[in-house]
Design a protein around this ligand. Structure first.
Ligand code: FAD
Length: 533
């Protein structure tokens, strides 16, 4: 059967998930062709030179969620991947002080006690609760969610997957329901009182979500950012030497070692079908490539609204995709710096531990809420929530000696702007608001900027194929996760056209540099290859 096709599998998109799927399929002995629209592999997990001599992870900028099974199975260390922990995890500067999160639990607790003894006393319970919940998630993410439909096989799967949940004690079961349904603010208020401590934790609940920390569902987003690990240490965020592109490069090397052929500058214009079965792709340059199975690493909206004729889809599925919510509300700056930020709360431009941290500029919950409300009214806030990382403080490969690169990840920048404004028009104003925000905490910042690359939500869509600027290929809303991702009946990576699979973040368990949708989709495809051989 394979002989009538050019390949066993074609993967549309060499994002890190497409590469992961390619590596697993190749290892299973299938011929794989990956076609990528951009001129580099990696999608949102890339390192690029944005200013002469200054390289940075231009979109995703910090690692934790990359699954340890993927790292081990694909031997990514052998393919050059090295991930290190940050000396300080987070730093939340205030006007006259700063809250520092240390990797060492005792030191971190002592730091919280400086702000609130009661909050320090709650820290162990909070961490233990979150770890128990993250552990459930860790077990579920590598599973294929059960599809709706009630077949015996699906019922069996549902029972099997519910086992880890049923094994939990009553309190943890309650916490699990709560974290899936509550707001980050309400969930955190059970443990903490001090505004800075609340803001520090709530940041994870609004990342990439265009929501107030008081919106139901944001507690789950918080948990989604906690199930990862760095070198076996749970919940920690770290840095890939060479930037996030190093992850994609290692995955591409693993895929090539397994026999996959990866072609860049090769956008797919259309998925070809015959009798409602995917049979190949037509590239923008007119070439036709055929395969027994096609997997799309793209946002589901690209696949089903641009690459396929909607007539191929069941009407209810087409409606689901039309309503697929893509709205992260993020803007991303990459900045070349001639010196490090001199924080009012931690003076000095010589490298210090806080310069290595994820620096969260959002001093309290009211600040976050106001930033969201402003963004709803005006598109973005004059005082936005910003996380800044300066990876050159721990990775000398990124900037000339003595100079630095910073990643600024900015929340609540609405893709849809009011009053007929366009992102291209207001981009300079948005950059100013972000610079003002950083300068409020580190007054030397503005003068230290040598160059800036700014990616508005529209740039993320145009340059990276992130529809609506959505960093997760679809919000992690309760109606868009697990068996509902991307649609009831299709959470098993098999799409309504035969031989067509979704292997990117629009599939379970969603976005982040995890490799998991690629891993899980490849497993299902390999199963289908065996069944239909
Ligand atoms: C600004 C930003 C910051 C982020 N920060 C972090 C972070 O710090 N840590 C983290 O873990 N996650 C982060 N994320 C999220 C994470 O990067 C993404 O969820 C993840 O990288 C998506 O991976 P993917 O492989 O599923 O899809 P993508 O990376 O989107 O890859 C899809 C690929 O398909 C290609 N493509 C699209 N259309 C076509 C076509 N027609 N033909 C051929 N190819 C096509 C695209 O060019 C792209 O390469 C961030 C994302 C962004 C945008």
């Amino acid at each position: 059967m394979a002989s009538q096709f050019d390949f066993d599998t074609i993967i549309i998109g060499a994002g890190h998930n497409g590469l992961t799927a390619a590596a697993y399929l190749g290892q299973a002995g299938h011929s794989v062709k990956v076609v990528e629209a951009r001129s580099v592999v990696g999608g949102a997990a890339v390192t690029e030179e944005f200013h002469p001599g200054f390289r940075n992870s231009v979109c995703a900028y910090t690692v934790s969620l990359l699954n340890p099974k993927v790292i081990a199975d694909l031997d990514l260390a052998r393919h050059g991947l090295k991930i290190i922990e940050r000396p300080m995890s987070n730093f939340l500067p205030l006007d006259d002080d700063g809250l520092r999160v240390w990797p060492d639990a005792k030191r971190w607790k002592a730091e919280v006690a400086r702000f609130s003894q009661a909050d320090a006393d709650s820290l162990d319970t909070y961490n233990a609760t979150l770890e128990r919940l993250a552990d459930v998630l860790r077990q579920l993410i590598l599973e294929t969610p059960p599809n709706a439909g009630g077949s015996l096989a699906q019922l069996w799967k549902l029972w099997r997957m519910s086992k880890p949940v049923l094994a939990l004690d009553r309190q943890t079961q309650q916490d699990l329901v709560d974290i899936f349904t509550m707001s980050a603010a309400d969930f955190l208020a059970r443990y903490f009182r001090h505004d800075a401590v609340l803001a520090l934790f709530a940041f994870d609940g609004i990342v990439g979500t265009m929501a107030s920390p008081h919106a139901p569902g944001t507690a789950y987003v918080l948990l989604h950012h906690c199930f990862g690990e760095v070198n076996g240490k749970h919940g920690v965020w770290g840095h890939a030497i060479g930037g996030m592109g190093a992850i994609s490069q290692a995955l591409a090397a693993a895929a090539r070692a397994a026999g996959a052929d990866i072609e860049v500058d090769a956008p797919v214009a259309r998925v070809l079908t015959h009798n409602n079965r995917a049979t190949g792709v037509e590239l923008a340059d007119g070439r036709i490539l055929t395969a027994r199975k096609i997997a799309a690493n793209t946002n589901p909206k690209i696949l089903f609204e641009h690459l396929l004729d909607p007539q191929e889809l069941p009407p209810e599925f087409a409606t689901r995709i039309r309503n697929w919510r893509c709205k992260s509300g993020t803007m991303r700056l990459n900045v070349a710096l001639k010196e490090l930020p001199d924080f009012i709360a931690a003076p000095g431009t010589d490298p210090q531990d806080h310069h290595t941290a994820g620096i969260i500029l959002a001093p309290d919950m009211a600040y976050m809420e106001t930033a969201y409300i402003d963004a709803r009214r005006h598109g973005f806030s004059a005082k936005p929530v910003v996380e800044m990382l300066i990876p050159s403080t721990i990775d000398s490969t990124l900037a000339p000696k003595g100079q630095h690169v910073a990643s600024l990840f900015c929340q609540h920048f609405d893709f849809d702007l009011p009053d007929g404004k366009t992102w291209d028009d207001i981009k300079p104003l948005a950059i100013e608001a972000i610079f003002d925000t950083v300068s409020r905490f580190a007054p030397n910042f503005r003068a230290s900027v040598l160059a800036v690359q700014a990616l508005t939500p529209l740039d993320l869509e145009r340059d990276f194929g992130l529809v609506g600027g959505d960093i997760f290929h679809g919000s992690l809303d309760l109606n868009q996760i697990f068996s509902l991702r991307p649609a009831l009946g299709h959470a098993d990576y098999r799409m309504p056209v035969k031989g067509l699979y979704l292997c990117g973040s629009g599939a379970h368990p969603g976005g982040g540099v995890t490799g998991v949708p690629g891993h899980n989709a490849a497993r299902e495809m390999i199963r289908d290859f065996r069944r239909h051989r």
